[in-house]
Design a protein around this ligand. Structure first.
Ligand SMILES: C[S@@+](CC[C@H](N)C(=O)[O-])C[C@H]1O[C@@H](n2cnc3c(N)ncnc32)[C@H](O)[C@@H]1O
Length: 202
């Protein structure tokens, strides 16, 4: 499927989610280039999944427990968007089905770190967008980074960017985890697209 087809579906069907347009396009392009399977940690109603699956040649695994952010600082989002987890899950599945993507996308409804114990094959692209606390982002990175192939890509959403007041980093924990990974040489050629930190596994 093309990027434009997905974009149209997203606009017409109020999929919901938190991705800027340049981040959507970048996910599509990264998935297109990925060699191996694609893993996304945190899918919510499937916005990122649709762009990734439209671009990907290999299988896409979404991991989400549909419980919302575990960090108490973001409890307001949990109450607002995850009060009825079964509706979130159904919205995710509905989009995948409607676009005929069911054969190439699998949902692992579980904790992101626990899912890293499952052998899914070589990961060409890892998209991290789950627990936005420092510990959460770091645990996800540490659990999944070893599974990414050398030359594969890791993208971390909300690794920079400010909140509505414009003067405060919205998710400092993700930013710190991403910066540390770069400084430690665990991600090469770092760059930002929107709020998404992107690097290459050595
Ligand atoms: C910001 S949302 C994902 C947004 C999605 N990528 C999009 O483009 O719309 C974060 C998701 O991660 C999930 N999540 C957070 N911590 C998790 C954990 N430890 N294990 C599994 N899922 C988790 C939440 O349930 C939530 O759906």
């Amino acid at each position: 499927m093309t990027f434009e087809e997905i974009d149209l579906y997203v606009k017409e069907n109020s999929v919901g989610g938190w991705l800027r347009s340049e981040e959507r396009r970048e996910l599509f392009l990264l998935a297109e280039r990925a060699e191996g399977v694609v893993v996304e940690l945190g899918c919510y109603r499937g916005l990122s999944t649709l762009y990734i699956a439209a671009g990907a040649g290999g299988h896409v695994f979404s991991v989400d427990n549909f419980r919302g952010p575990p960090d108490p600082r973001y409890a307001v989002n949990r109450d607002r968007y995850f009060a009825e987890p079964e509706i979130v899950r159904e919205k995710y599945l509905e989009s995948i089905r409607s676009l005929g993507l069911s054969d190439m996308v699998s949902l692992l409804e579980m904790d992101t770190v626990a899912a890293a114990r499952i052998d899914l094959g070589e990961v060409g692209l890892l998209f991290i967008d789950a627990d936005h606390s420092y510990a959460g982002a770091l645990n996800d990175f540490n659990a999944w980074h070893p599974k990414v192939v050398s030359g594969g890509t890791v993208a971390m959403h909300n690794a920079s960017g400010t909140g509505v007041n414009g003067n405060q980093v919205k998710y400092p924990g993700v930013m710190k985890a991403f910066a540390e990974a770069v400084l430690a040489g665990r991600l090469l050629n770092p760059r930002m697209v929107g709020t998404m930190g992107i690097g290459v596994k050595p």
